[in-house]
Design a protein around this ligand. Sequence first.
Ligand code: SAH
Length: 496
Amino acid sequence: MEKKTGGKVWLVGAGPWDAGLFTLKGKALLESADVVVYDKLVGQGIMAMIPHHVKKIPVGKTAGFHPVPQREINQILLDEALAGKRVVRLKGGDPFVFGRGGEELELLCQHRIPFEIVPGITSAVAVPAYNGIPVTHRDFCSSFHIITGHTKKSESAEIDYGALVKLDGTLVFLMGVTAMPKICKGLLDAGVDPDMPAAVLEQGTTAHQRRIIASVKTLPEKAEKAGIQTPAVIIVGRVCALEKEFHWAEDRPLGRLKIAVTRPRDRGSVLAEKLAFLGAEVVLMPAIQTVAIEDNQTLYEALDRVRDYKWIVFTSAAGVEAFYQAMTNRKKDIRSLAGLKFAVIGTGTKKAVEKRGIFTDLMPDVYSGAALGQALAKIAEPGDRILIPRSAIGTEDVIRPLREAGLLLDDIPVYDTLEAEDGPLWDESIDYAAFTSASTVRGFVKRNPDLDYSKVRAVCIGEQTAAAAREKGMRVTVSEKATIDSMVEAFLELAL
Ligand code: SAH
């Protein structure tokens, strides 16, 4: 029986990289963990699911650093569990497929620490799949075998190639890049057909995955020429030839792009989802966070006499949320807004208002502050009072036309825009950064202060955002319209 209190360890497989291949159970565990002990080969998108407050302990090999010795990893898991923590041990692929999962459990068992295993999708199967290679096919083989090219005892494994060749199944080698010449020679010496199809699949399930298709005889040379590096899966068998017909991952419209989405964590999802649906590898890289102004007396007073207003104008979903939060704090529901009209800057804001049970009355054709101000100035009547609950750093764009039209404005800050506190930073494997406001550009720059920005290719939602990115020297593409769909269009064009 498990002890009711006290710590516990979950050994969780993260899959090969693509965050979409992570299990629901794994995600739920990350969200409720106290500590996550993780390896190098865990996908960025999965790391981004770990909440800010969770302690993260890296134990994998990273450039310049040696990996933490296995004994020490075992000890970390034990110590954290003994301290009463919920510990997630997060590993690439499946924890029991050459993942040393077994070794990590031994010490826990000795100390009667409760644990659970959450299997992951192994790279041995998923990486071939993402390259259009089914590990089995009834016309070609009736088994597949997963072999390590690297054992505990020696650099390259002592493999019984004769036995492997006799099996006549698909052979999948993990950790085999260095030993590739030895592996292929071993198979040839054991009598495998030299023309037997073989492949090496690098960085599978990422936007930059590469495959070399060859024969057992030619694979090492071709792989070396192409500069194939770890992590890569070697696969030997007639099924490799099916790739010609079944390749698919990089054929998706955005299948070769890795895109950083810089929107705030709680608002990034629509753009990120659309890009991922089109095949992009998306890195959620929130550059800013919006924080509702607490105990906002100015807003409370406006709410107390809200019927004095003719219009409420929202320029962002964050503004809508902060406004309704204040309504709740003030114990007012939407009935108090009866008779008011609502103007919104664009579809995202419109949706946020509709979610609260109110259909909007005005949205400009062009989604910009100036267009919204002009449209409203045209239909409002002189003397109408207008409430604008918005960002504390909002520009004059929306205000100017309204003021010029002689309308009475209450421009009330309801949230602050701060730079994000955590999340991944820019790295050169990323092809594009998507910016949906000038403040996301500024937040990005604050979080990545020493970058050579001329290396950052930015896709920006409108001219204002583009100007902020250009000012930093970024290479800028501007979406035609200031909408998420138009951003997606811009990426589709860039991918052509
Ligand atoms: N437990 C992991 C394997 C760990 S061994 C699993 O089930 O997938 C590490 C090896 O896995 C690497 O050397 C490489 O051969 C393979 N590998 C892991 N991720 C990979 C990826 N994204 N692309 C190609 N090979 C990968």
